[in-house]
Design a protein around this ligand. Structure first.
Ligand SMILES: Cc1ncc(COP(=O)(O)O)c(C=O)c1O
Length: 458
């Protein structure tokens, strides 16, 4: 096995966790309607639900909180954040938002009209839902290799350029109010997008005068993958690479809960001044004044520090190394995972792991429930339950390519021993997987149904 860099930090504060006994875990899951989102967090032992907002802030971030300027307008903390956003992203305008989906909400509210389409390599769930909520049509045009679990393509998050060209021609650029790219691609394995692909996507959007927005949640991890894997990029800093790809775009939505390593926050950045003014009006209506946007001044301070920490290359080497270690151990244990592993998570192909459970009985929900029952581990389904939707224009039911369960790694939180525990839990499940059964839905809302749905074992 290759070497993995140890943590480039030491631990200064700890939070206790406990493992409930098996009967208590069964009762907790039953009460949650077999949906792991319904569990109380203190009943979870190793929580790999998400890497969003669950990272451990540094001593420097905690110190920055004390310097928060809570003025309603023009707070010093806003200007600290502005310095970081200007220095890294380089867009002339931005507004803070309380998290990424608030930025998506404002952007889609301003640009998307019923019947219009928004292409991307792969929209994440909140982006897809925000487009659908405006009557729009999300379109995922990732490369076909992304759907092949073991294909070793180094940039499985790439857009299929020919499909994008064909899609624009068929739809008409006038029916495409914006185009997006999600870096890294969270819906399809946390896979990176190459700089070359971003350049070409940008050129296509620009040729058709389609505004190009990057979903930038995991921009630093994506930039580090480019440094590691893309020819000619090894000698460049992650910051230089990130500046290069943001220069290709007209704006970005950002959930700071990921690569800015904070518990809450985000922003919407753009080049177009008119769009910025309209975004400010929306922001004032829904989030707050444009210099705080639904956040406290101390939150802005923590994001400003975290954005730079997320770009630290010693941290990124450890971060991607931890994911690779976890993936390597799961692979040795014959657990079918997406290869190569992504940045923030390892994705199990639940469809391949539980081939006897058909798609409409949700193999991902079955595996997610079993992980909790067997080991108190929490990990969500990202398959047909979370992502299937009905196309508003055609009435057709659209499914994702793979039935996935995501083991997301909170930043700077769990040790190698925690990950070994999860691997052992999955090996126990592997040995009795033929006995697992599918699930039936007893309640589900229309949009983002995985958060609050309830199930029953079949
Ligand atoms: C790729 C991507 N985009 C958008 C979001 C939404 O961000 P938030 O949870 O801060 O609203 C997420 C969150 O998981 C994400 O992974």
């Amino acid at each position: 096995m290759p070497d993995y860099p140890p943590e480039p930090f030491r631990i200064k504060a700890v939070e206790s966790i406990r493992l409930l006994d098996s009967a208590a875990r069964g009762a907790a899951l039953l009460a949650a309607g077999f949906n792991i989102f319904g569990l109380r967090a203190e009943d979870v032992y190793v929580d790999l639900l998400t890497d969003s907002g669950t990272g451990a802030m540094s001593d420097r971030q905690w110190a920055a909180l004390m310097q928060g300027d809570e003025s309603y307008a023009g707070a010093r903390s806003f200007y600290r954040l502005k310095e970081a956003v200007d220095g890294i992203f380089g867009f002339p305008f931005f507004v803070p938002t309380h998290q990424g989906r608030a930025a998506e909400h404002i952007l889609c509210g301003l640009l998307v009209r019923p019947g219009q389409s928004v292409p991307s390599n792969a929209h994440f769930d909140t982006t897809q839902a925000n487009i659908l909520a405006r009557g729009g049509r999300p379109e995922n045009l990732g490369i076909p290799e992304a759907a092949e679990r073991t294909n070793p393509h180094p940039f499985k998050g790439n857009m299929d350029l020919e499909s994008l060209e064909r899609f624009i021609e068929k739809t008409g650029p006038e029916n495409i109010p914006l185009g997006m790219m999600t870096i890294t691609n969270n819906a399809g394995g946390g896979q990176p997008v190459s700089l070359e692909n971003l350049r070409r996507v940008s050129a296509i959007y620009r040729a058709h005068r389609i505004p190009f927005f990057i979903d930038a949640c995991r921009f630093a991890e994506n930039a580090y993958f480019i440094k590691l894997r893309e020819p000619g990029q090894a000698g460049r800093s992650v910051l230089e690479i990130a500046r290069d790809f943001f220069a290709l775009a007209d704006g970005a939505t950002m959930s700071a809960k990921k690569d800015a390593i904070v518990n809450i926050g985000g922003f919407l950045a753009m080049r177009d001044e008119d769009l910025y003014r309209r975004a400010c009006n929306e922001l004032i209506l829904r989030e707050g004044f444009p210099t705080y946007g639904g956040l406290a001044g101390r939150d802005l301070e923590a994001i400003a520090v975290g954005l730079w920490e997320g770009l630290d290359e010693a941290y990124l080497a450890y971060r991607l190394g931890q994911t690779a270690y976890f993936a390597g151990r799961l692979d040795e244990g014959a657990i079918p995972i997406i290869q190569p592993p992504g940045g923030h998570a390892v994705y199990i192909d639940a469809g391949a792991f539980l081939p006897h459970i058909p798609r409409d009985h949700y193999p991902g929900i079955a595996l997610s429930a079993e992980l909790y029952l067997q080991g108190g581990v929490r990990a969500p389904e990202l398959g047909s339950f979370a992502f299937a939707y009905t196309d508003p224009a055609t009435g057709e039911r659209r499914h994702p390519a793979l039935e996935l369960v995501r083991l997301a790694l909170p930043r700077r939180v769990y040790t190698q021993a925690h990950l070994d525990y999860v691997v052992d839990t999955l090996k126990r499940i592997r040995d009795r997987r033929d006995s697992l059964r599918g699930y039936r839905v007893t309640y589900a809302p229309e949009l983002l149904r995985h958060f609050t749905a309830r199930f029953e074992p079949l």
